[in-house]
Ligand binder design. Sequence first.
Ligand SMILES: Nc1ncnc2c1ncn2[C@@H]1O[C@H](COP(=O)(O)OP(=O)(O)OP(=O)(O)O)[C@@H](O)[C@H]1O
Length: 637
Amino acid sequence: MEAVLMEASTRDHQNGGDSVVNYSADIGHIKNGGVAFNMEPSNAPVEIKFQNVSYSVTEGSIFKKRIKKEILHEVNGRFPAGQLIAIMGPSGAGKSTLLNVLSGYSIQGVEGRVSINGTPRKLKAFRRLSCYITQEDRLQPLLTVQENMQTSADLKLPSNTTQKDKEAIIKEILTTLGLNDTKNRSIANTLTRGLSGGQKKRLSIALELVSNPLVMFLDEPTTGLDSSSCKLCLELLKVLARQGRTIICTIHQPSASLFQMFDQVYVLSAGKCLYQGGAQKMLQFFEDVQFRCPKFHNPADYVIELACGEHGQDKIDKMIERSDNGKNVKYFDDAGKFLETTSFASTVMFEDDTGNLQATSKFNQLKVLLKRGYIKSKRDTTLTYLRIGVNVITALMLGTLYLKAGTDGSKVLDNYNLLFSILMHHTFSTMMLTILTFPTEMSILIKEHFNRWYSLKMYFTSITIIDIPISIFSCFIFTAIVYYMTAQPYDNTRFIMFFVTSLLVVFVAQSFGLTIGAYFDVVDGTFLGPTLTVPMMMFAGFGVSLRDLPRYLYWGSYISYLRFALEGVVGAVYGLNRPKIDCPDEYCHYRDPKKFLADVAVKSDQFGNDVIALVLFWFILRTLSFVVLKYKLHSVR
Ligand SMILES: Nc1ncnc2c1ncn2[C@@H]1O[C@H](COP(=O)(O)OP(=O)(O)OP(=O)(O)O)[C@@H](O)[C@H]1O
């Protein structure tokens, strides 16, 4: 890495230390031993220009009047290629908002014009050339650095790239980013050391570098890093910029040494541009507006003080006026030059707005996601091992509590309670696990999906398929233990009916949890999941039998999947013309299963319908969770 950094600084020096870069030398190529990780060589650097860009959101709710709030107010700017650009400003100034608008992450509520090398930005084409690195590192924690990189290469490089080339590209990037020594380390390993904050940040960049983007957007890349990691991170970004990329990052308040590393800064205050131009030219700007930046004072600190209004609103207004809300290009290091250099490039690659966003076929996306899902399942202590453990322990506890209750005519009601407890176990354990774990996965999904790793359909198909074997295994173990410990009728048909019903409950509950987890955060989901399950328990016929349910509430039994599940398991145990049960006492009220079935209003010949109803619930909830997920991905933008 040092060699690369030195190479960059030498080049910088050759350029007189200013920001004019010889693009053609490097664009699209980081070479090592003849291996280039650019699959589609390009000599078209990207200049982003934006004019009169406003961004507004609508605030309020159904109970409150909805009002439009404007966050960016007709800002203008120009981000030339080959430069490391900082969007600065106090908290709440609109830095992330501007980054989101320019990257195409925010699409609703945006007004104004964004152009790429002089032509209006075509979003699909632009997204193919750019990437977005979020502030928090959304990495797959159970995978090693190498596995994360392999997944990225398998998804982001064209399918005809050989494994040998992929390995060379990965090695090249990891070496450049100083991550080669950590390649076999898990991101968050509790036993050995995971990755440090700086390493995670570099890995986030490495994952996106695989497709060699021409534009990189980074939201607060230095947040949470110590000063030397911050410096290393910015040095790396500068190298990438020098190779011809346009690197735009938001930064809160850089130290003087970090501030000097930026080629260009864009200062925002309350959604308006105070200054745009070279980092080195900011002092000249202060002189021009007759502000006195105290001697030995970091200009970055001073400009933030001004932007916060510490020196008065009149100074803010004066700066906005001077910068013409971003239109003034006087303070660019290469004010005249860059306008010519960026009118050069072929615009073809920026115009192709057709076709898929992803680099590989749907089949390949599914294959890679299944492989990644398999590795994760093998290592996941919560979703795999805890889940199996809980099923075994709960089954043993229920088995002990209701030992041999199935063949005891005096314990038919106890046995009925057991059947209901089994359904509750399947419902809550599966649903809650999904509600609690999916929001973490959701944040990774948002990032990877926006960066075009895969389509939502393929992601959804993969998580559906991956969960099936583990659901079958844990449900089978649970059913086998409980069924035989509690001495339910030893009959293959009944056992299969019992198992199939239980498994369908697992699938339905999981889809229900996914629908909630896809929309709500952990807190709301944890509250809503059980709360919405209670009415379904009520309408299942437990506690109040279906026969005694008031007529005006009977509709509820049709929307409760637990009603069909209870009918299924009760039918499996007491249906199929089961003969009278042995009675250890003088009198057993429910010795005759038919009498019991009549009293709980369960029809024993409905198994086929119960299965169809449960499959329908599964299908509907699964479809609903997909729709919610799609909506959520759209609504966050
Ligand atoms: N979806 C939204 N709904 C309502 N207000 C929003 C929304 N998004 C942003 N804002 C508001 O817009 C302003 C700018 O937000 P933004 O996140 O861009 O600021 P920032 O400069 O990046 O701040 P920070 O440095 O603290 O991250 C803030 O006041 C924020 O509350």
